[in-house]
Design a protein around this ligand. Structure first.
Ligand code: ZN
Ligand code: ZN
Length: 280
């Protein structure tokens, strides 16, 4: 290959980055607007100058603050509500492979979710690339090696950000932000409208329709009774139970039932105290 051709190919090189906000959140003290430049700088060290980087922030976004989503979206990252984890990533990778041939494109995953960090998923679409995961959370699925290396380099998420922070100028205004719900396949340019959509009855209806159901009674397999919330799987159920919305709801229900039957609660509290005392 002529030097000029090699340079032209290098310039065309594209990397699609999928960043899982549930398992690799923005660390405390890091401004979300700096993340784009940090990822670009890390990839530049591997690929050389001129590599185009497209970043997609994904995961269950229902409980992530609208401020944070807005900072991420307005820094040029496409935001995807994708609670089906590996299934949604597979859809993204298929789409990426349709528009980007393997000789000019590769991929990066930022996640420690084993359904995403699954080499089989990447082998299906024949991409190789990079992976980043949080310190001490290397996904065990990466050891599933049947002779074909999928991830040619591994990064620790926090280290990647720290090492590239000097390049991490803040990007705070991007002309065409994009927020998409992979449950309803609706896209928005305004973060506020996207967040309102995620809390809407229409979105909940779609979610209820597509979550896996109990074969005997046809009820959602993972369901929070207190909030009337159907979760796609146990991972999403845990995200829900750790949310402020769920905890406030439970606190309110608890107060209500205390008002209704204070004696029962007093008895329960006494029993709890006794078992704690016995356990000492
Ligand atoms: Zn939706
Ligand atoms: Zn709940």
């Amino acid at each position: 290959m002529e030097g000029g051709d090699a340079l032209a190919l290098q310039k065309q090189k594209k990397t699609g980055v999928w960043w899982d906000l549930n398992t690799c959140p923005v660390p405390a003290g890091v401004e979300a607007g700096r993340v784009v430049a940090c990822i670009e700088s890390a990839l530049e060290k591997e690929m050389g100058h001129g590599c185009q980087v497209y970043i997609y922030a994904m995961g269950n976004l229902e409980y992530i603050s609208s401020d944070l989503l807005e900072q991420i979206g307005s820094s040029g990252i496409d935001v995807l509500h994708a609670p089906r984890r590996g299934n949604d990533l597979y859809h993204c990778l298929r789409e990426w492979s349709e528009f980007n041939p393997h000789d000019v494109a590769n991929v990066m995953l930022i996640s420690c979710d084993y359904t995403l960090a699954d080499p089989c998923l990447f082998r299906l679409v024949e991409f190789t690339g990079f992976i980043a995961y949080p310190e001490d959370h290397r996904p065990l699925t990466l050891d599933r090696n049947d002779g074909q290396t999928v991830f040619v380099k591994e990064f620790v998420w926090e280290t990647l950000l720290n090492d590239n922070m000097s390049r991490g100028e803040i990007v705070s205004k991007y002309d065409e932000p994009s927020y998409t719900c992979y449950i309803c396949f609706d896209s928005y340019e305004a973060c506020g409208e996207f967040v309102t959509h995620l809390k809407s009855d229409e979105h909940k209806r779609e979610l209820r329709y597509m979550v896996p159901k109990d074969s005997e009674f046809g009820k959602p397999k993972h369901f929070c009774q207190a909030c009337d919330y159907p979760a796609y799987d146990y991972h999403n159920f845990l995200i829900h139970t750790q949310s402020e919305e769920h905890n406030l709801k439970n606190l309110a229900e608890d107060c209500e039932s205390r008002k209704r039957s204070p004696q029962v609660h007093l008895l329960n509290e006494r029993n709890k105290m006794q078992s704690v005392a016995r356990g000492k």
